[in-house]
Design a protein around this ligand. Structure first.
Ligand SMILES: [Zn+2]
Length: 323
């Protein structure tokens, strides 16, 4: 996903322009319909039929001629069942793509005039949309692979020290392993239960082509990767040796850590993967113009369902503050 060649800045859109372009709910609805039903083909979410007519139903303005079901552009998206107007979803999307450090539910609550609980739920659903599927496409490299740790009590331990202590007993921190492809500039990251060799090798195999060169630090867990592999000796305070470094993936961790501190104060470990998806997703579309980024995110809302029940269901990790 790259911008046009030779382009070195992306087009933004001001809040005033956004208000002019989307003065009301109808304008927002038309925008969502254009994105989720391209070429004017209105698709029934129940039977995939393409023949429907408009009706007077306020919440479900279309009825399918094939199966008779009523639907709206929200049906069968993560917005299904949400009473929040599409105009507010559109503004939330705008704030999310333009805020590099993320948007807290407290800010969204204030900016959109909705409850904080509703704002939090909206944000978690938008995070689902940020989790763009790469369709099994592997990074061609060269790539940098690294881990980072979030939460827990060992605040005074530096990331490097913690990594050197790898494998020496359990930690209360959540571990995340990430990869950055130097060619496409894209990142992918996953919360992992362990940082042992099997887990890290599995992560690399899932995201990186075996022909790609891999750069890591000198953790023993990365030894014997099937890829061509070079490491910098962080344990000996070596951070860069020519092209051998992990600075790219580490700058992604820095952004996450700044957001953790400045915007969210706490990432609940239960939802950590969603925050990671949001930051990786925003990173991967950063070369696009703001209206394009908004369209990509709106498109990502489609074809997914996430109910409040599913969201708060126990996934085996701690619950935490909603931020
Ligand atoms: Zn139908």
């Amino acid at each position: 996903m790259k911008s046009a060649p030779g382009k070195n800045h992306r087009e933004g859109i001001t809040l005033l322009d956004l208000a002019k372009k989307f003065p009301n709910e109808t304008a927002a609805r038309e925008w969502f319909e254009e994105i989720l039903w391209p070429n004017g083909v209105r698709r029934c979410p129940s039977c995939n039929g393409t023949s429907s007519y408009e009706c007077a139903h306020a919440k479900m303005p279309y009825r399918c001629r094939d199966c008779g079901k009523y639907f709206s552009v929200k049906t069968a998206t993560v917005m299904a069942g949400s009473p929040i107007p599409l105009l507010k979803w559109l503004y939330a999307i705008y704030l999310d793509v333009t805020s590099l450090k993320g948007v807290s539910s407290m800010k969204l609550h204030r900016d959109l005039g909705i409850t904080q609980k509703t704002a939090w739920f909206m944000q978690q659903r938008i995070r689902e949309a940020f989790a763009q599927k790469r369709g099994g496409r592997l990074f061609g490299g060269p790539v940098e692979v690294d881990e980072a740790y979030f939460g827990g009590r060992k605040h005074n331990m530096s990331n490097t020290k913690r990594k050197l202590a790898r494998g020496r007993g359990p930690t209360d921190k959540a571990a995340v392993v990430g990869v950055k492809d130097r060619t496409s500039n894209e990142v992918a990251a996953e919360v992992v239960k362990r940082t042992d060799a099997a887990t890290l090798h599995g992560f690399v195999a899932k995201h990186v082509d075996t022909s790609a060169t891999v750069f890591t630090d000198d953790a023993s867990t990365y030894r014997s990767l099937p890829n061509r592999h070079y490491s910098v000796r962080h344990s000996a305070s070596e951070y860069v040796r020519g092209e051998v470094h992990t600075n790219g993936v580490e700058s992604f961790w820095s952004m996450l850590k700044r957001a953790h501190k400045g915007t969210f104060h706490k990432f609940s470990s239960k939802h950590l993967q969603r925050y990671i998806n949001e930051f990786a997703g925003r990173h991967n579309i950063r070369d696009f113009d703001t209206p394009q980024q908004m369209a990509i995110l709106a498109k990502g809302l489609g074809g997914k369902v996430l109910s409040y029940k599913m969201l708060i269901a126990d996934n085996g990790l701690d619950s935490g503050a909603r931020t």
